[in-house]
Structures are given as structure tokens and as C-alpha cells.
Design a binder for this molecule. Structure first.
Ligand SMILES: [Zn+2]
Length: 120
């Protein structure tokens, strides 16, 4: 099975994604826009954190259900637990070593319409 090593910029956060990445998404919600996030949808069974969870900080906003993780040291967004599908991670595609992003279909998600408590 295919496997991708993922990491932040400084290397403190490391993780592994198994399985093929066949689709990436962008999102127009206020957070994804500012992160310029390009994400792969990964089931939790195919995601393994290989660093200590202590290396990431957690950011939550709006409904505070999704869990957005970023490196405590270099600040890079690495992955998040999705609000709409809590058993899935959204993984920063740019953090996956060896993934040919240009070869993967990119879908634009209308996340701003999913924000129910605030529109920004
Ligand atoms: Zn880092």
C-alpha cells in the first residue's frame, strides 16, 4: 500500500498517511483561506501520528468541533480533525513528502456556507 511521510517545516511534527491520495480540496472558509490550505481527506485508520502529540498546538473556533493542529515550533498547519466527519483528518497536502500535487484532482469546497454560528 502507498504510504506518505508527512512533516511540518522544522520536523518536530511527523506523521504517516497510508493509501492513495486521489482528491485534494481547497476551502473558502475564513480559516482555510488564511492558511491557504490544500487538503487531503484521510480516514483516521490511515493516519498515524509518529511524533509526540505534545509537538502540536490545537486551535478551535466557531462551533469548536473541528480540531486544527499546527506545529508549536514552526507554526505550520499539519492536519485537522474534520467537523463534518470526525473520523477523518484533513491533512495539509503540502506536508506530504513525495505527493505529486499537480497530478491530483482538486475540488473547491464551499466551507463558508457550512459556518453556522458565524459567517466570517
Ligand atoms: Zn515545526
Amino acid at each position: 500500500m502507498l504510504s506518505y511521510a508527512g512533516s511540518c517545516h522544522c520536523g518536530a511534527v511527523t506523521f504517516t498517511v497510508t493509501g492513495d491520495v486521489t482528491q485534494l480540496t481547497t476551502c473558502n472558509c475564513s480559516l482555510c483561506r488564511k492558511k491557504n490550505a490544500l487538503m487531503a481527506r484521510v480516514h483516521e485508520d490511515n493516519f498515524t501520528m509518529t511524533a509526540d502529540w505534545d509537538t502540536v498546538s490545537l486551535y478551535q473556533w466557531n462551533m469548536k468541533i473541528a480540531k486544527h493542529y499546527f506545529c508549536k515550533t514552526c507554526g505550520i498547519y499539519t492536519f485537522h480533525r474534520k467537523r463534518s466527519e470526525p473520523d477523518h483528518f484533513g491533512v495539509n497536502a503540502q506536508c506530504l513528502d513525495g505527493l505529486d500535487i499537480a497530478a491530483v484532482d482538486v475540488k473547491a469546497m464551499d466551507g463558508i456556507s457550512m459556518s453556522v454560528t458565524q459567517q466570517d
